[in-house]
Design a protein around this ligand. Structure first.
Ligand SMILES: [Ca+2]
Ligand SMILES: [Ca+2]
Length: 185
C-alpha cells in the first residue's frame, strides 16, 4: 500500500496522468472486486447481525484495464467464515454461470464469469446463514473472495477499510448474545 501510494505520488509529481494515459495501463486488465455485506434476513428482528441471521455478500467485479485487454477465463471463488454456512441456491451472477453453490451439498460459491472486457462488470451475490448457536467470544464474521483470470488474479476488497484487498468483515455486538447485555445509545 505504501509503495503504491509512493508510485502514485511520483506520477502526480511528474505530471503524468496515470489514470488517463493508455500507455500506463499497457495491454493488461486491471481488475477490482469490492465485496459488500448486508443483513439480508434479520431472523430475530434485533436490527443487527446475530446468530440465525442471513448475510448477503455482493461482489462488483470490474475491469478498468487498457484497451482490448479482457480478463479471460475469469472465475470467482470465496472462502466463507467457519461460523457461517452458504445458503444453497442463493448464488447469482450477471454474467456467466454458477458452477458451485446452487446444488445440494455445495458449501462455497464458484462462478465462471468468462471473459470480462474492459469497462464491463459482473455482479455476484450469495447468502450465508450465521451459525446458531454461535461460539462465545467471536465478535466478527469475515469472508474473502478471489477472482482468478488468465491475466490477473486479485482478492476481493472490503470497501469499508483502507486496505485494498482485505476480507469483508461483519462486526456485530450482538453475536455472542447469550451472555452479554448491551446498552443502546
Ligand atoms: Ca439479528
Ligand atoms: Ca478494504
Amino acid at each position: 500500500m505504501i509503495n503504491r501510494l509512493a508510485v502514485m505520488a511520483l506520477f502526480l509529481a511528474s505530471g503524468v496522468a496515470a489514470q488517463s494515459d493508455p500507455v500506463a495501463k499497457g495491454g493488461s486488465p486491471d481488475l477490482s472486486a469490492p465485496m459488500t455485506d448486508s443483513l439480508q434476513i434479520d431472523a430475530d428482528t434485533s436490527l443487527d447481525v446475530s446468530p440465525g441471521d442471513t448475510i448477503r455478500y455482493s461482489v462488483l467485479i470490474g475491469n478498468a484495464g487498457g484497451a482490448s485487454s479482457p480478463a479471460d477465463n475469469s472465475v470467482f471463488t470465496a472462502v466463507l467464515d467457519s461460523n457461517t454456512a452458504l445458503v444453497v441456491g442463493s448464488v447469482t451472477t450477471t454474467q456467466g454461470s454458477v458452477t458451485s453453490g446452487n446444488t445440494g451439498g455445495d458449501t462455497s460459491p464458484i462462478v465462471n464469469i468468462g471473459s470480462l472486457f474492459v469497462g464491463a462488470s459482473a455482479t455476484v451475490t450469495f447468502d450465508v446463514l450465521v451459525d446458531d448457536p454461535f461460539p462465545m467470544g467471536v465478535m466478527q464474521i469475515s469472508a474473502q473472495g478471489t477472482v482468478t483470470s488468465t491475466q490477473q488474479t486479485i482478492d476481493t476488497d472490503d470497501p469499508d477499510t483502507v486496505d485494498p484487498s482485505d476480507a469483508t468483515v461483519t462486526d456485530s455486538a450482538q453475536l455472542p448474545v447469550e451472555l452479554q447485555e448491551f446498552s443502546v445509545e
